[in-house]
Ligand binder design. Structure first.
Ligand SMILES: Nc1ncnc2c1ncn2[C@@H]1O[C@H](COP(=O)(O)OP(=O)(O)OP(=O)(O)O)[C@@H](O)[C@H]1O
Length: 245
């Protein structure tokens, strides 16, 4: 098996044409090894979300290639790409993206239902149990706190047992205590289940939960830190933000 769960090779993503064109990613080559937890950081507009979207097959690079679990995404039809995302990739977003009219259990079951499968109540309960919410299966999102909603979103992302979990600011809407609980859960899932996790964040404390922090500036990789403290990450980021363009 390849050592990397996700590999980007010379990925460029350009928006628009002519003088107003923006190069959001510029020849980015990066690998995410199986069973690792990576945070992606960088100044606003440096290309973090674009990187995540391209790596997760939600957006297509203008050039270069992305491989997930050994499958090259370039050239896959929309249908094949949707199937690959459904089977192998999980997402969590800042705003949770739960469907308000469905219960926690129904939200968690949704990815399998969309894939034409009928998950058993036991499987849904087990998924909610892994995030400490087994008692909340019948609650709707409006009856749950922000941290609980994000944990439901995590259970939903993990019910298909994806190879890779992507998070775009997954703790951005949570207070610091709730955020720590969700990050601990993410880190435990990487350690216990070997789930490869890639998370965009602005928060050095959140990034310190990762094994590795990759920094982007102007669409390019601009260094990385391993097993770094929040202080070291904040200092590195401060230097990047202070550097002249
Ligand atoms: N759909 C789009 N059309 C045009 N330009 C875009 C589009 N999406 C992103 N961009 C541009 O690409 C660049 C990178 O954007 P991206 O959202 O990836 O940055 P980011 O690092 O995630 O930013 P932030 O931290 O502010 O969320 C920015 O200059 C942005 O304006």
């Amino acid at each position: 098996m390849a050592q990397e769960a996700v590999t980007l090779r010379h990925v460029t993503r350009r928006y628009g044409t002519g003088p107003g064109a923006v190069t959001a990613l510029d020849e980015v080559s990066l690998g995410f090894r199986h069973g690792t937890f990576t945070a992606v950081m960088g100044p606003s507009g440096s290309g973090k979300s674009t990187l995540l979207q391209c790596a997760a097959g939600l957006d297509r690079p203008s050039s270069g290639s992305v491989t997930v679990g050994g499958t090259e995404l370039t050239g896959l039809s929309e249908t094949r790409l949707t199937l690959l995302r459904r089977e192998h990739i999980g997402f969590v977003f800042q705003n949770f993206n739960l469907l308000p009219s469905l219960t926690a259990g129904q939200n968690v079951a949704l990815p399998l239902r969309l894939a034409g499968r009928r998950p058993s109540a036991a499987r849904v309960r087990e998924a909610l149990g892994r995030v400490g919410l087994e008692g909340r299966i019948r609650h709707r999102p409006s009856e749950l706190s922000g941290g609980q909603q994000q944990r439901v979103a995590l259970a939903r992302a993990l019910i298909t047992r994806p190879q890779v979990l992507f998070g775009d600011e997954p703790t951005g809407a949570l207070d610091s205590r709730t955020s720590r609980a969700v990050l601990t859960l993410l880190r435990d899932m990487v350690r216990r289940e070997g789930r490869t996790t890639v998370m965009v964040t602005h928060d050095p404390v959140a990034a310190s939960y990762a094994d590795r922090v990759v920094f982007l500036v102007d669409g390019r990789v601009n260094g990385e830190l391993a097993q770094a403290s929040a202080q070291d990450i904040a200092a590195y980021l401060g230097k990047l933000e202070a550097a002249p363009c």
